[in-house]
Design a protein around this ligand. Structure first.
Ligand code: SF4
Length: 353
């Protein structure tokens, strides 16, 4: 834990809190971050990408202008963190300018979710950090070329992403936090331990294993890719037990897996989906019911609407009557309908209060 920069948040809350508080308490205390949609395109082609509607993303994300960003940043003190995401942020030529603007506005945490390939160019990465970016979430899905590129379907992406991670690790003395995000699939599930060791050896502070969301391409390729939650929980438990022999706590977090399936994991390693909002022009994707539109109007002249995480996917998640008896009912967002359609409820049993 010594390489965790002072004051940095872990996936499970502040490190001190995360080691002592139950996961449901940490979920209740999370503060939203604001996402700024940056990338109309992506230079990877991940098989499980949730953003299958490329055209829709192009329209929505292309609408982010300097003025939009300036307005969002004027609200930044309502949020824990300003995060550039959606599409691949590094494909947007305005990124450095927007990071500078966020810094000037006084944002405490300025981050991006990235495939990290552009960070392999030292000058590019150093400039981002010099301008104020201080947290990186780098997506990497395997500890070797075959595994990672089999999922990104992009030749050469492994070397560049690893070089990007190593570059950011070198910049950690400047107060930079380095997290990774690995989407758990049937292919990489048997390799949790080598993936973890590979990333920790390269200076990653927190290794997040994101269980797939059963949407977009992940739903299209569900049968080939999606492991059962019970199987993921079992592999996670075994991995943590072995990794604990090297370091304790293990800086790995399992996210977006129903808590009723992970009761045998140390509470510290049970992560959660962050709360977030973003702003887009005039509800361009029709995510809000008309009666909510006025309440969510935002921007200098009401040209934006605020979209919350729950607006994006709550209608695709389900609970059943028995969930009301579950200890985690209040903090559980439910299970993907697309998952239940294939695997049913059998492994998802209420945890006694
Ligand atoms: S509320 Fe239902 S789905 Fe959620 S953790 Fe409990 S039993 Fe599982």
């Amino acid at each position: 834990m010594s390489d965790l920069i002072e004051g940095a948040e872990t996936q499970g809350g502040s490190l001190a809190r995360a080691t002592t508080e139950p996961v449901e308490r940490r979920i209740e205390q999370r503060r939203p971050r604001v996402h700024i949609l940056t990338g109309a395109v992506c230079n990877n082609n991940c098989i499980f990408c949730m953003e299958e509607d490329r055209e829709g993303r192009y329209v929505t994300n292309s609408a982010t202008t300097d003025q939009t960003v300036q307005w969002i940043l004027s609200q930044h003190d309502q949020y824990e963190e300003v995060c550039f995401t959606s599409g691949e942020p590094t494909t947007n030529k305005r990124l450095h300018l927007w990071v500078k603007m966020a810094k000037e506005r006084g944002a405490r945490w300025i981050s991006m979710m990235t495939n990290g390939r552009a960070l392999s160019h030292g000058l590019y990465a150093k400039r981002l950090v010099a301008l104020g970016m201080n947290k990186f979430y780098v997506s990497i899905h395997g500890h070797d070329k075959r595994l990672h590129e089999g999922l990104t379907r992009t030749p050469g992406s492994f070397e560049q992403t690893v070089a990007g991670i190593e570059m950011i690790a070198r910049l950690k003395p400047y107060g930079v936090a380095l997290h990774t995000s690995t989407v758990v699939t049937k292919r990489n599930l048997p390799h949790l331990l080598p993936i973890y060791r590979f990333l920790r050896a390269r200076g990653v502070d927190q290794v997040v294993f994101n269980v797939m969301q059963a949407n977009g391409r992940a739903n299209t390729h569900f049968e080939r890719l999606f492991p059962r939650y019970a199987e993921i929980a079992e592999q996670a438990e075994e991995f943590i037990a072995v990794a604990r022999e090297d370091e304790d706590p293990v800086m790995a977090f399992f996210v977006d897996i129903p808590l009723c399936t992970t009761t045998r994991l140390p509470d510290f390693n049970r992560g959660y989906v962050e709360d977030y909002v973003h702003f887009e022009p005039q509800d361009s994707r029709g995510l809000l019911p008309p009666e909510l539109l006025d309440d969510r109007r935002a921007g200098q002249d009401g040209e934006l609407v605020q979209i919350r995480r729950a607006d994006l996917d709550d209608d695709q998640r389900r609970k059943r009557a028995e969930c009301a008896q579950c200890r985690y009912d209040e903090v559980c967002a439910g299970v993907w309908g697309n998952y239940l359609r294939r695997y049913g409820w059998e492994e998802l049993r209420p945890v006694p209060r």
